[in-house]
Design a protein around this ligand. Structure first.
Ligand code: A3P
Length: 302
């Protein structure tokens, strides 16, 4: 099934490319070799749901004291792609040495792997997980543009209608998108204290309170003094779309992906500018059906 620069393959109910970080080989290798620690924290997302943002916020929260003392984390986030600050399990297993973030305790990793395919030790230890999801309509539009940024070098552009059809069929990297969301949502119902479920929309609407909540969950709560000194807002500003887009306007991330590809519009509801009414209704219908099956209250995507 075509989507990215080459085919996607079905593995344990989800589709994966054969290259890039979330390749089928990296998922299998993560399952075989990745060993969790009990106090690890995982940031899980399906692609294009706000991974870059949640990585930046987490990195900034966890390293804020260090950054105040010697400006290390500011320095990193002001000169680096957030993906270089906080690794994916799927890329970390390919390295010989742990990266900066993974030398800390708790170790923090990101992952696109669906809940049901996570390395077993993460489940066995009951590690904490932050899951961020996003309105599938915006996920689709974001993925379409991201994919075409990759494709232009190799193949012709993906057609919008063709991409839409595949998205609806669940054929996207780590898709079906809905199953990815409901998998983590269901796990969160069973283990409410260890899975923090966030939406891109709510994060956009009230970033400050979400950052305060996230910091508590991560075990790095803000003190009253820090809040009074405006440190939460400082982190919100540093990790804002506008700021990170500016920092990442040049240079390349790995595998030929330009840094700027991770920062497009950064808005809630950009789908309104791209989807026809009919497409919008089709996605509404699928979303309703998928969430009904899992008895999931539809996240507030507005
Ligand atoms: P758009 O394509 O709609 O602009 P991911 O990080 O999971 O790959 O998701 C990418 C999406 O998040 C893109 O959405 C991107 O612009 C948006 N994004 C990246 N950084 C962001 C930030 N700091 N704040 C808000 N949105 C951000």
């Amino acid at each position: 099934k075509g989507w990215q620069t080459e085919n996607l393959y079905l593995y344990q109910g989800y589709w994966y490319p054969s290259k890039y970080i979330i390749s089928i080989a990296n998922v299998m290798a993560s399952q075989d070799t990745f060993q969790a620690n009990p106090n690890d924290i995982y940031l899980a997302t399906s692609p294009k749901s706000g991974t870059t943002w949640i990585k930046a916020l987490t990195f900034a929260i966890v390293n804020r004291t260090k950054y105040k003392k010697n400006s290390l984390s500011t320095h990193l986030l002001l000169v680096s792609n957030p993906h270089d600050c906080l690794p994916y399990i799927e890329s970390e297993i390919l390295r010989n040495k742990p990266t900066y973030m993974t030398e800390n305790s708790p170790r923090i990793f990101a992952t696109h792997i669906p809940y049901s395919s996570l390395p077993q030790s993460i489940i066995d230890y009951g590690c904490r997980i932050v899951y961020m999801c996003r309105n599938p309509k915006d996920v689709f539009v974001s993925l379409f543009h991201f994919t075409n940024k990759l494709r232009e070098e190799y193949l012709g552009f993906l057609k919008f209608e063709e991409a839409f059809k595949m998205f609806c069929e669940g054929v996207t990297p780590c898709g079906p998108n809905w199953d990815h969301v409901t998998g983590y949502y269901e796990a969160g119902l069973k283990h409410p204290t260890r899975i923090l479920f966030l939406t891109y929309e709510n994060m956009s609407m009230d970033t400050t309170n979400n950052v305060i909540h996230l910091a508590e969950f991560l075990g790095y709560p803000f003190t009253k003094e820090e809040e009074a000194a405006g440190e939460v807002e400082e982190i919100v500003r540093m990790c804002s779309f506008e700021n990170l887009k500016e920092v990442n306007k040049h240079g390349n991330f790995r595998e030929g992906v330009p840094n700027h590809a991770f920062f497009r519009e950064g808005k809630v509801g950009d789908w309104n500018n791209h989807l026809t009414d009919e497409m919008s209704q089709i996605l509404d219908q699928i979303t309703k059906e998928k969430f009904d099956v899992y008895e999931m209250a539809e996240p507030n995507y507005t």
